[in-house]
Write a protein that binds this ligand. Structure first.
Ligand code: PLP
Ligand code: LYS
Length: 425
């Protein structure tokens, strides 16, 4: 009856569960590679200089960053921890870009000591810190200026980033961005390579990007006139949407790239500026759909005429997105793929929290305790946002590729949970 079982990357989930237990994150590495290549191959075909920087916040682990490195990607990190992981993975420093709206002096020092490719400067305080550090280390740095173009992308409020009222970046309309450039343009050791903007996440159309590029180019044209400055790099961030449920209709990844590149070329020509290197920072669209979480179903509670709660052995500790963003997911009973659909149920996590629900309405066959549930498209912002609420150890992560499975992040033990606790007796 093996055809009743879900297979990922050629492997039966029954075998994976037997070997590694649940909850378990399973990544289909071929899918990660194909997504990365959809971006890089399209750029190559458009005859433009580019970098595709994997936004490691979506899922960072040594093995993941090694796959990104093998695919020739660059890397976006937003903290010392993400940078440390990149170094442990042997990621080439010159291809690492560092973000953050409140980078600490330690984070900036590590970035300078490691001689990373560029720092995406977010605010005036960071400029002061950098001015101090380049003298202290007597070392030049490349920076991009993070610009908030004043674009409202159509997505959840908490994952919007490009609007004026944002904690990120230098605002265009109040001239903060121009002031930032002016303060650095003649600096001997801080080289402004260009500009960066990221309008938000899980975006399904190209219009927001096109509007952002136009706004950036109005600004770049003004900078050319006023400061005789031309950007060598324009980084347009990430945010390309993926399919979580049937409601989501993302564009093929190449379409985003074509639209971005064409708009940049058109705007550069319109303003008589040279075409810059175009960088992007996809996270979710590289790993999201490649990841599946496998749970074991435990308790089942039926409230007649109200709802049936099916509880699994994980929840908001391994996937906080439904609780945080009302994010919707699709799932299958992974050991009953061919059984007829019988009912609509709600999938609950096991945390002591009523909001710990993974899916409100899921159509399933007859479910019993001990069945396996596979929640799809959990590869981005699942493990990376995992937490220890109720002291649940973090799940294990397995990579599968061409019929071979490899454990890439061990399941946490109870000893791991108390490792930093000190006695008070
Ligand atoms: C600056 C920046 N770059 C890249 C990303 C990656 O976004 P996504 O995972 O939606 O591609 C984010 C997250 O939204 C971000 O804030
Ligand atoms: N973590 C968010 C997106 C924020 C991305 C980083 N700016 C999510 O799960 O959708």
């Amino acid at each position: 009856m093996d055809n009743q079982y879900l297979h990922i990357g050629g492997i039966n989930v029954k075998e994976l569960v037997h070997k590694y237990g649940t909850p378990l994150f399973v990544y289909d590495v071929n899918q990660i590679r194909n997504n990365a290549r959809a971006f890089t191959e399209t750029f190559k075909s458009l005859d433009v200089n580019y970098q595709v920087a994997y936004a490691s916040k979506a899922f960072s682990s040594i093995a993941m960053l090694q796959v990104a490195k093998q695919e020739g990607l660059s890397l976006d990190v937003v903290s010392q921890g993400e940078l440390y992981t990149a170094i442990q993975a042997g990621f080439p420093a010159e291809k690492i870009h560092m973000h953050g709206n409140n980078k600490s002096i330690d984070e900036l020092e590590m970035a300078i000591e490691q001689n990373i490719g560029c720092i995406v400067v977010d605010n005036f305080y960071e400029i002061e810190l950098l001015e101090y550090l380049v003298e202290k280390y007597n070392q030049p740095v490349n920076v991009l200026l993070r610009i908030t173009p004043g674009i409202e992308a159509h997505t959840h409020d908490y994952i919007l980033t490009g609007q004026e009222d944002s904690k990120f970046g230098f605002d265009i309309s109040s001239q903060q961005a121009s002031k930032a450039l002016k303060s650095l343009i003649n600096h001997k050791k801080i080289h402004v390579q260009g500009v960066h903007c990221h309008i938000g996440s899980q975006i399904f159309e190209t219009q927001g990007f096109v509007m952002a590029i136009r706004k950036i180019y109005d600004m770049l044209s003004q900078w050319n006139e006023e400061f005789n400055y031309q950007a060598e790099v324009v980084n347009l961030g990430g945010g390309f949407g993926i399919k979580y449920t049937e409601e989501d209709q993302p564009l093929p990844l190449n379409e985003y790239v074509v639209s971005l590149v064409n708009t940049v070329k058109e705007q550069a020509e319109k303003h008589d500026l040279k075409v810059p290197e175009i960088w992007i920072e996809p996270g979710r669209s590289i790993v999201g759909e490649a990841g599946t979480t496998i749970y074991t179903i435990g308790s089942i509670k039926e409230l007649p005429n109200v709802r049936k709660y099916i509880s699994v052995d994980g929840g908001m500790t391994d996937n906080i997105r439904p609780a945080l963003y009302q994010a919707k997911y699709d799932a299958q009973v992974a050991n009953k793929l061919n059984e007829p659909i019988r009912e609509t149920v709600s999938i609950a996590g096991k945390c002591c929290e009523s909001g710990d629900m993974l899916i409100w309405d899921l159509e399933v066959p007859e479910v019993e305790s001990g069945d396996l549930l596979a929640v799809h498209s959990t590869g981005a912002y699942g493990y990376s946002m995992a937490n220890h609420y109720n002291r649940f150890p973090k799940a294990a992560v397995v990579f599968v590729e061409d019929g071979v499975d490899r454990l890439v992040v061990k399941r946490e033990s109870y000893q791991d949970l108390t490792i930093n606790d000190l006695s008070y007796e």
